[in-house]
Design a binder for this molecule. Structure first.
Ligand code: ZN
Length: 692
């Protein structure tokens, strides 16, 4: 029996989320009841638009708050406590949720009301954060075509529909092309040098595909174009002809026959251009940049040029060194694309002979957390305390913490930490998500709460979890996002914490924290060998640092090349012109890679990030955010990382600007407040070892 509606935990809008009481059975009745109420509320708002902050924006905020209690926990549970029943009800309710949010996002009366606030006489009396809430809302409205009328509106909607069909078709082609390819290996001799998990995955894949058995050591093994198979295969498989075959299949996937994406790409580029034309933009790149931190397409191009100019000589040298190394190993001839990964991996092993398993005993999780919390305490004047009794959780591994301002002695935020992997019902990867935004409703302040979710190694017996260095980095990364979510001082949920932060600026706070893992006293302070209690030896620390920059010139060039290709396709390129997009891609690759592209290479046909994902005219964001985080960390290096007094002063400034203001102002202004100037690429190049 379902409890009475009044007791439905998803409908209680106060306190922490009652994870101990939420059952799958609560979801459907709660969503139905709440949506009905909210729809009525929206209809009332639309019928009596009051174009003031109190009259309209506060009302819209209240709807956001209801969603925080009603639907956000459902999405969270789907990721951390999945079940068939939960998935079923999630999929059942999702369309109604989407319809409701679209209804607000495309409501003309609300749009006009928000616009009237902006154009009204009271605009100047709003504070900066309130103005930004309104500006971001208006931008969303404008970009969804709410302001268009007549034929233009019709065409806009038509294009939207077609683009979403194209992206689905595009992804399906890529998936099907990956599925269609296999290389079967039956001779155990040929798997010499393979890591164990490559054998496991490919044996399992063979068994599944053929509905039979396969032995991990005796085979057969099925090699596919799936990333987690293809990459280690190219790195470890000794048979050159087979590497060539797999490589060629990979760079030509979804580019011929029934699964050919070529025409879809041309059509998509044309439609994107036409769509943004209706909204008043010249190119899709300009439309993309309009909601980014980067001030202009030119600024992005300039960053790419600076990074490429510095990295290219290093990449060329790395390629030459790789050729020399291969020759020493008895390789005869010119290195081809299918040789690079293989020899790069052999050379890495020769240079940096350490493994994750060697490092783990030094990183017991409690010690790492202690180190992380004490670093944050020093830098940002906060104190983090375990508070498991204050909130209920979804799994016994999860801990709950409260964050206090040290000077004021006041609680300012809290967070859940779900550290270990649970393959049966928890999604892979690591992420930070907002559980409750900081907001003030009816004069009452709600403090921010965030989720920090990792997939670290589970503890065995009474031992703690021993972390790999990669897991430590991931924890610092997510905690950086978490700090921006928790140390916000903004009272409007739309722009509090990470909300409202431009896409290309979001990874600043997270990557900034990663830098501390390469600071010797910080890292060594978090290590204590399980048996000896000794910190990580200097030799191992040096290897960690050196291996970070192994072939960093080539890695930099590769990312910049993708970014440049994406930007040019969405800015200068004319989809109706003489040159094909493949020719443009090849031209850029010719100029940027140390090994000229193959004439067969049609890998743009599977560039899902930009043709089926959100990275269109935004791929550069990866590098943009790295430039920011390196440059921000460099501010600390400049005062001297061991100068306690100056580091704490600067830490406060970082907290008061980047962490506190979040989305409440344009990120470039916030950044300049912290750094005193616009970001520079120097620090990233230096940290990557790309300076002479
Ligand atoms: Zn991140």
């Amino acid at each position: 029996m379902v409890e009475a509606i009044s007791e439905n935990p998803l409908l209680v809008e106060s306190g922490y989320i009652p994870f101990d009481r939420i059952q799958v059975e609560h979801i459907e009745p709660a969503v139905r009841q709440k949506l009905q109420e909210l729809e009525q509320r929206v209809a009332e708002i639309e019928a009596n638009i009051v174009p003031t902050w109190e009259g309209l924006m506060v009302e819209l905020e209240a709807i956001g708050k209801a969603f925080e209690y009603l639907w956000a926990p459902v999405g969270h549970l789907l990721s951390v406590k999945n079940s068939d029943a939960l998935r079923e009800v999630f999929e059942k309710m999702m369309p109604q949720i989407i319809t409701f949010t679209q209804r607000i996002g495309q409501s003309r009366p609300i749009y006009q009301g928000v616009k009237a606030i902006k154009d009204g006489s009271a605009w100047d009396k709003l504070d900066q954060a309130q103005q930004r809430v309104i500006e971001l809302r208006l931008k969303d409205f404008d970009r969804s075509g709410v302001g268009l009328e007549g034929k233009a509106k019709e065409r806009f909607n038509e294009i939207q529909t077609r683009i979403s069909q194209i992206t689905t078709e595009f992804s399906n082609h890529v998936l099907d092309a990956v599925k269609a390819y296999e290389l079967i290996i039956t001779d155990p001799e040929q798997t010499q040098g393979w890591p164990l998990n490559l054998k496991q995955t490919t044996a399992q894949s063979y068994a599944q595909a053929n509905d039979t058995q396969s032995d991990v050591q005796a085979g057969p093994w099925r090699v596919t174009l799936d990333g987690p198979v293809m990459s280690p295969f190219l790195q470890h498989h000794r048979g050159r002809e087979q590497r060539k075959e797999v490589y060629l299949a990979y760079v030509t996937r979804a580019s011929s026959g029934e699964l050919d994406n070529t025409q879809l790409i041309v059509e998509e580029l044309k439609l994107r251009k036409e769509k943004v034309g209706l909204l008043g933009f010249n190119t899709f790149a300009e439309y993309s940049i309009d909601t980014k931190m980067a001030p202009s397409v030119q600024a992005v191009e300039q960053m790419s040029e600076q990074l490429a100019a510095a990295a290219k000589p290093f990449a060329d040298r790395e390629f030459k060194a790789l050729g020399d190394y291969a020759a020493q190993q008895g390789f005869d001839g010119q290195l081809k694309h299918w040789d690079v990964g293989f020899y790069a991996e052999r050379m890495r092993e020769a240079l940096y002979d350490f493994t994750d398993d060697q490092l783990r005993p030094y990183f017991p999780m409690p010690r790492v957390l202690e180190g992380l919390f004490s670093l944050c305490g020093r830098l940002f004047d906060i104190e983090i305390k375990l508070a498991n009794s204050k909130a209920t959780v979804w799994h016994e591994d999860v801990s709950f913490y409260e964050v206090f301002d040290k000077t004021a002695g006041q609680k300012i935020a809290s967070f859940y930490l779900d550290p270990y992997s649970r393959p049966a019902d928890k999604r892979g990867g690591a992420w930070m998500d907002s559980c409750m935004a900081r907001r003030r409703t009816q004069g009452k302040l709600q403090l921010p709460v965030v989720y920090l979710v990792c997939n670290g190694t589970q503890p065995v017996g009474d031992q703690p979890s021993f972390m790999s260095f990669g897991e430590v980095l991931t924890l610092f990364h997510e905690f950086g996002h978490g700090l921006q979510g928790m140390l916000t001082t903004v009272d409007y949920a739309d722009v509090a914490g990470v909300n409202g932060v431009e896409w290309d600026a979001v990874e600043l706070a997270s990557q900034f924290m990663e830098n501390w893992c390469y600071h010797k006293p910080t890292l060594l302070g978090m290590t204590s060998h399980v048996e000896t209690g000794q910190p990580l030896p200097d030799g191992l620390f040096d290897k960690i640092v050196a291996s970070k920059n192994y072939r960093s010139g080539s890695a930099m060039m590769r990312q910049v090349q993708f970014g440049v290709t994406d930007m040019r396709l969405h800015h200068q390129f004319d989809p109706d012109g003489q040159q094909s997009f493949l020719e443009l891609g090849r031209e850029i690759a010719m100029a940027m890679s140390s090994l000229p592209p193959l004439s067969e290479d049609r890998s743009l046909c599977a560039f899902s990030h930009i043709f089926a994902g959100g990275y269109c005219a935004g791929y550069y964001s990866y590098k943009w955010a790295e430039v920011l985080s390196a440059d921000a960390f460099a501010a600390f290096e400049e005062v001297g990382l061991d100068n306690e007094e100056k580091v704490t002063t600067l830490g406060r400034r970082y907290r008061d600007t980047i962490l506190a203001l979040g989305g409440s102002r344009h990120p470039m202004e916030v950044y300049k407040d912290f750094r005193g100037r616009a970001p520079s690429t120097d620090a990233l190049l230096r940290h990557s070892g790309l300076t002479d």
